[in-house]
Design a protein around this ligand. Structure first.
Ligand code: 5GP
Length: 234
């Protein structure tokens, strides 16, 4: 697979063209940002760990029937993925109150929700990824009803699969964010699934093992990502 031109650089990843028009290379960086990129830093080896974690989770989801953009791991920091026309909607699923939900509704963190809560956010940095609903999505023409039904069904399925998987390795899946895209007329799960995009708490101690360690200056950031990787590989 020939690595071509850089086509996009985001906060945590870079996309490169390949010699195949429908495939791109997703390269993971060590850069970390939070709060609309007002907080910036580097997490040593994050790109390597997130690539390995994401590859493992995409393989797991594919094996359970969730269509994803994942093709194969290419190197320490690179995965080969199907090129997507990204749906500009971020899907968040929450199992335990934390972060944005606690702030939005004024509830303490750590409350186990009776059933998972799904949120949509408009993928728009300038507007700070505002919370939106199906009506806004239709109004803005971000996706069709049919596409959103698929996205919602896949998201809840991903939650069940990942909750069960993390539970088995001693982690609580508190919440996470997914992104989807279109590829040859189909909706596929895209982006990454890693401690950058999931909140993961140790089952016994509730220790945070995710990007909140960076966001909230809790220290031992690299160690937390390493611990998640170790458990996923166990
Ligand atoms: P919250 O809305 O509580 O800030 O985030 C909910 C979950 O989605 C967390 O696991 C968080 O890591 C993830 N998430 C939401 N938006 C983003 C984003 O723009 N970037 C990243 N890396 N994760 C996000």
């Amino acid at each position: 697979m020939k690595k071509g031109k850089k086509i996009y650089e985001g906060k945590a990843k870079i996309l490169f063209d390949t010699d195949k028009p429908d495939l791109v290379i997703q390269e993971f960086k060590d850069d970390a940002t939070a709060f609309d990129a007002t907080k910036r830093g580097t997490i040593e080896q994050k790109g390597v760990m997130n690539n390995e974690i994401s590859c493992a989770l995409f393989r797991l989801l594919e094996s359970k029937g969730i269509p994803t953009h994942f093709v194969k791991k290419l190197s320490e920091r690179e995965m080969l993925v199907k090129k997507l026309d990204i749906v500009m909607v971020e899907v968040t699923i929450r199992n335990i109150s934390a972060g944005g939900l606690s702030k939005l509704l004024g509830i303490e963190e750590g409350i186990v929700l009776k059933k998972p809560v799904l949120e949509y956010h408009y993928k728009n940095d300038g507007l700070h990824d505002p919370l939106i609903n199906d009506y806004h999505i239709e109004m803005l023409g971000l996706a069709t009803d049919k596409e959103m039904k698929k996205i919602k069904d896949y998201s809840f399925s991903v939650n069940e699969i990942l909750k069960d998987f993390f539970n088995k390795v001693g982690l609580k899946l508190v919440d996470f964010k997914l992104e989807f895209g279109r590829h040859k007329g189909k909706i596929l799960l895209g982006d990454e699934i890693s401690p950058d995009t999931c909140r993961l708490w140790d089952k016994k101690t509730n220790e945070k093992l995710d990007k909140d360690r960076f966001r909230r200056d809790l220290g031992k950031i690299e160690e937390a990502y390493q611990e998640v990787l170790k458990r996923i590989k166990s």
